[in-house]
Design a protein around this ligand. Structure first.
Ligand code: PNS
Length: 161
């Protein structure tokens, strides 16, 4: 049984995240999407809301489970018996930070690999922060988010479209 973790803040989940989750689900038997509970960040969505949204948009992928975690990512991976952490790489600008995290994780938990999947070119510009910025000023989000998330973010932020 090959188990992978797709970690992140998912505040909120975007089409870019969904693409990576789907592709990971094709490579592994089981995938845990791990939402980091980070007390030093002020997220737009609560952890419960993010779990609910992720469950909604991944409901058709049978081997995906959504959970939250706090503390070290490798401890969460070990608890789930995962052998791999999967991250999407958008651009060179992601690379330095992502490699630093991957090497740190490898140092702490040598048995766990990090796998980088290049983001679908359609979403290489996309991030949760960009989405929140566009939502704030009422911009078109149709290429960035599934419809059910567009509704929720518009209600939350109150941007017009
Ligand atoms: O979506 P994000 O915010 O880029 O995700 C970052 C995340 C959650 C993958 C990263 O912050 C993380 O793994 N945090 C857990 C703490 C940890 O394990 N730190 C050590 C590795 S640097």
């Amino acid at each position: 049984m090959k188990i992978a973790i797709v970690p992140g803040s998912f505040d909120p989940v975007t089409n870019g995240h969904i693409d990576i989750i789907k592709r990971t689900a094709e490579l592994f038997d089981e995938v845990y999407v791990g939402i980091l509970i980070n007390s030093s960040k002020k997220p737009l969505f609560t952890v419960e809301e993010r779990i609910e949204l992720l469950k909604k948009v991944t409901k058709d992928i049978k081997n995906v489970k959504i959970e939250s975690f706090c503390g070290l990512l490798v401890d969460f991976a070990r608890a789930k018996k995962a052998s791999c952490i999967v991250k999407g790489l958008r651009a060179v600008s992601d690379y330095e930070y992502e490699v630093q995290m991957a090497l740190t994780n490898k140092q702490i938990a040598p048995e766990i690999e990090t796998l980088f999947i290049p983001t679908n070119g359609l979403y290489s510009y996309l991030s949760s922060s960009i989405v929140k910025e566009v939502a704030k000023y009422g911009g078109d989000l149709t290429q960035m988010l599934p419809n059910e998330i567009i509704e929720v973010i518009q209600n939350k932020i109150g941007g017009k479209q």
